[in-house]
Design a protein around this ligand. Structure first.
Ligand code: 9D3
Length: 239
């Protein structure tokens, strides 16, 4: 998969993809990630990427010209209908559809070229959305100062789902949210630490009892922190 990120802060991404699973996936050639400065596609004397909103109001709006030029350069066309299959142009805004594991799975399975537009200021000229964007995405109901942290999260969630990105020891199928249940709690040595004992059942080596305990604890944790997920378990079992 090829991932191009369009941003006015390319330096934000310099080291973020140099760790862990994403670093390994890049080294193995599973994914190629490039952060581009939108300013590189400006042609005016002042290299302007933003301008004042028509109709008035505070703040600035990202101009369409450099973004259209970037897409034309990266995809070969600025006609959404002519994009090669497997090409997605994702616009990150607070107005987008909420990013979920289902969306990550869909992108990992179907996209071969992902272009991620990071918004800033009051937003992006809506003609970018109308003509170029295939998916408008938000990562959740909180206010960020720009799309860059959202792009980082999108890429991280997606790359680990690409075939062979995880080591053979782990499987994405076991992850929380793949089964709508949070993870069970883990313990390691020592068996007693500052007076706190590791649950006896984990020390006994009875795998049947351990499985039962883990399932119970996962349910308790989900009930406490994410009761909204519990309704989805029965839905899944009907799939
Ligand atoms: C909806 C708030 N807007 C009211 C005028 C202002 C505004 C706030 C934050 C405009 C842009 C932003 C920057 N946020 C993103 O670019 C963003 C984002 C987010 O803030 N929350 C969750 N997901 C995302 S994806 C991109």
């Amino acid at each position: 998969m090829k991932i191009d990120i369009l941003t006015i802060f390319p330096d934000f991404f310099r080291e973020i993809f140099d760790f862990g699973i994403v670093r390994r996936a890049r080294a193995a050639g599973i994914v190629e990630i490039t952060a581009h400065d939108i300013r590189a596609w400006t042609i005016d004397k002042h290299r302007m990427v933003d301008d004042r909103p028509f109709g008035g109001g505070d703040g600035m709006v990202l101009k369409p010209e450099p973004i259209f030029a970037a897409i034309e350069n990266l995809i070969g066309t600025a006609e959404r209908a002519d994009y090669p299959s497997g090409t997605k142009v994702v616009l990150l805004t607070p107005q987008g559809k909420q990013f979920k594991q289902t969306v990550a799975r869909e992108f990992a399975a179907n996209a071969t070229h992902l272009i991620i537009l990071c918004g800033r200021y009051e937003g992006i000229d809506e003609r970018v959305n109308e003509a170029l964007v295939t998916d408008e995405i938000s990562i959740g109901d909180y206010v960020l100062s720009g799309g860059e942290p959202a792009a980082m999260i999108l890429v991280d969630a997606l790359v680990r789902l690409l075939p062979d990105a995880l080591g053979s020891k782990t499987s994405a199928a076991n992850d929380s949210f793949e089964n709508n249940l949070l993870d069970f709690p883990n313990y390691t040595r020592p068996p007693e630490f500052r007076g706190m004992r590791v649950p006896e059942v984990l020390l006994n080596g009875n795998h049947h009892e351990i499985e039962k305990w883990r399932k119970q604890k996962a349910l308790e944790k989900t009930e406490k922190n994410r009761p909204d997920l519990l309704g989805k378990i029965s839905e899944n079992e009907n799939e």
